[in-house]
Design a binder for this molecule. Structure first.
Ligand SMILES: [Zn+2]
Length: 245
């Protein structure tokens, strides 16, 4: 659900040699401009799944890069099931690959995907976020494969887990142990489920994102609840938030 105070999901990771976006929700181009980030520095874009709040900002971002005459190619890693559709939609938007700069390289991501570059390792873990569509897909013979991924990022001995969207906190149980930072949505898993799990799994720091409407404006209450539960290192995301891991 769009919010009057927040754009949709998109996170810029900056390491010594590599800069990449995790998800590309509507609003990402505005955020990039508002926070004076040079779009030229984005090497790659990783998409967790194809709900519009996670991929819908990609097309305007490509258009903006084109208008800024970016020459360097952009690597877009996205669920394998989406590659053809995204290519077709770019053409529908008159962003023809033969005419635009930068060159977009669409990489299909499947559950065995692993990215290794400049001491950054990224692996995907499939989750059950889209599985609720199973009966409709089967009944109507849609080609969708319900590909939805969490991303586990390792950089210089630090581990960061990005939940993407999940079906429940059960999707995180096996991937968050000892993480330095867990960026978790709290729409499909409640704060009351996530925090005890983070404590149990010795997660060092949690950033809550994808805030449901009923929690809007209740940041202080959530932080208080976390402290009571013994979890000190909780941050609630807002647009433009900067964190160092
Ligand atoms: Zn979703």
């Amino acid at each position: 659900m769009p919010s009057p105070t927040r754009f949709c999901s998109s996170f810029l990771f900056q390491t010594e040699k590599l800069n990449f976006l995790l998800d590309c929700g509507p609003g990402v181009s505005f955020s990039i401009l508002r926070h004076r980030i040079d779009p030229e520095l984005i090497d790659s874009i990783f998409i967790s799944h194809c709900h519009t709040d996670h991929i819908g900002g990609l097309f305007l971002l490509v258009q903006m890069m084109h208008l800024l005459q970016r020459r360097r190619p952009v690597n877009v890693y996205l669920p394998e099931e989406a590659v053809t559709g995204v290519r077709n939609y770019l053409n529908t938007c008159y962003l023809f690959p033969e005419r635009i700069t930068p060159r977009l390289i669409l990489h299909p991501v499947t559950p065995d995907f692993r990215f290794e570059e400049e001491s950054v390792t990224i692996r995907v873990v499939a989750n059950r976020h889209l599985m609720g569509n199973e009966s409709v897909i089967r009944e109507l013979n849609y080609p969708n494969k319900m590909q939805s991924f969490c991303y586990v990022v390792d950089v210089s001995g630090k581990r960061m887990v990005y939940s993407g969207d999940i079906e429940s906190s059960g999707d995180l149980v096996n991937i968050i142990s000892d993480a330095d930072l867990l960026i978790s949505e709290c729409f499909h898993a409640t704060v009351d489920e996530l925090l005890p799990l983070a404590l149990e799994k010795h997660v060092k720091s949690v950033l809550l994102t994808h805030i449901p409407p009923e929690l809007e404006g209740k940041e202080q209450e959530i932080l208080q609840r976390a402290r009571k539960a013994g979890f000190e290192k909780l941050t609630i995301a807002h647009d433009g938030l900067l964190m160092e891991v």
